[in-house]
Design a protein around this ligand. Sequence first.
Ligand code: FMN
Length: 331
Amino acid sequence: MAVKIGDKLDLGEFPLLLAPMEDVSDPPFRYVCKQNGADLMYTEFISSEGLIRDAAKSLQKLDIFEYERPIGIQIFGGDIDNMRRSAEICTQVNPDLIDINYGCPVKKVVCKGAGSSLLQDIDKMVAMTKAVVEATHLPVTVKTRLGWDDNSKNIYEVAERLQDVGIKALSIHGRTRAQLYKGEADWTLIREVKRNPRIKIPIFGNGDVDSVERAAAWRQEFEVDGIMIGRAAIGYPWIFREIKHYFKTGEKLPGPTIAERVDVCKTHLLKSIEWKGEKTGIFEMRRHYANYFKGIPNFKEYRVKLVALSSLDEILETLEEINYNFSAMAV
Ligand SMILES: Cc1cc2nc3c(=O)[nH]c(=O)nc-3n(C[C@H](O)[C@H](O)[C@H](O)COP(=O)(O)O)c2cc1C
């Protein structure tokens, strides 16, 4: 059955979502994920205070493109009125939805009463969500965690109360705030939320899906409406097409060839330059090379070289050399 967010947004059967990731899920990265089949993508989180102050960096994060649809803009903040105002600003850019971040565990965010901090004050979280829902005609969704810590896993109640004030989907990362990114994600409570007969909105599972096998097993075991993937897509956007192919045919696609890795890496680099300008585009692409070529033996020399070069021509030449030298290898 097709999964719908609100009345209008149809994501098809069992959608795969690209998780919002700070400094990662920008338009160049989203481009390669979209090409490989991500069904719904999000911007990285955007500070509501930054948006209201007109901070250039926050505004740049509002850049979305037609080919990215459906796309959600994710906002965070600790002040209800600022969240309401930033929802109005986001609405003007016309994304397909607005997502609220109640999951970020980072100290500088939590200290300001934002992100996962709201898991400690559900009344405020509900009031904030209601204010955002009322500030926009767009569907509002939420991404959060199981709870603040092991003794306060309140996602069951959170899901009900947020649905009651009008959110249209909920993505749950199967960790508490206290866990940060440590240990294994536990999707058991996500299944409980999904099984709650009061819950009618789509529930997306998130956390540690890093292979076709796990996606298939957890889809079955935890009964979610779709899966959100973050880290496993970094340098490996093929994860979306591989999972989709498996769901459709029951067969595993072979991994990308070296030529494909080079090709997608190049596209990512060129999009990066197109969007950020040559200098920043080249610089910020450096964090991605190791991921695109993970698992290739004796690659270190090239990895070191790629992150040292600052001329586009030289980087492109090096990528061609990689293609030439490693193409015979099955990775
Ligand atoms: C580098 C990085 C940046 C992230 N930034 C955000 C963010 O901006 N908003 C958000 O909701 N979650 C953010 N997250 C959390 C991810 O969306 C996701 O919940 C988490 O990585 C678990 O999923 P995964 O195991 O598939 O990576 C970030 C995670 C990483 C690794």
